[in-house]
Design a protein around this ligand. Sequence first.
Ligand code: PGA
Length: 257
Amino acid sequence: MKRKIIVGNWKMNPTSLAEAQNIFKKVKATALKLKSTHVIMCPPFVFIGKFAPMKTTGKAKSTIGIGAQDVFYEAQGAFTGNVSPPMLKSLGLSHVIIGHSERRAAGETDEVVSKKVLATLEAGIHPIVCVGEVTRDPQGMYLETLRNQIKASLSKVPKKLFNQIIIAYEPVWAIGAKEAMDPATIEEMTIFVKKVVSDMSDHENGISTPVLYGGSINFRNAPDIMTRGKVDGLLVGRESVNTPGFVELLKAVDPLK
Ligand code: PGA
């Protein structure tokens, strides 16, 4: 059974530590019973210190880890309000989401994303690099836009470190929407993303780079998207803080081949 990667991006939720602890406790209890799923919960920075360090191994190939939703590219210094990769590493964090579309919309450029990815790798943490087109034009120009975004976002990554990266393909128009992208198109896009990444690295590392899908995932559509979309995992937003839904999602995805 293939190991699946399920990342919960809590975004700026919930509003209290008590609620955060409640979500965390319930998800952890389920995640540790899974057989072949790696669950990574990414709470807001203020809550991270309460849950980390945590890289617990449950049954068989299942593990659960803590990730951050962003990071800065310098290690330390006069950068008010920022948090560095070595700080996250010292708390035992395994993953960091970088270049989420909500951060890109707030002005984060591909150049900044690539610096953050490199700094994260240098600290020994896996970056989950978010890419995705904002809109789709009938001529298919979005493919070129996406290719350029991937290349620019990974431009500073040494070839030998491509196997430490996870890519989250998130079509921006499907984030926070009513419906996810259809599984057949997800499969096509996953192949496209893997091809671009493998062209950048030495071939094998690119192909083995896990590609997750994100955008309006819930416990109902997750299994179909995993199997027909042929992705290595999912980046889940809203459903990751809806504890009953997320628990259902994990249980539904874990037995998939
Ligand atoms: P959503 O968010 O699942 O709420 O659409 C996904 C994301 O932004 O990563």
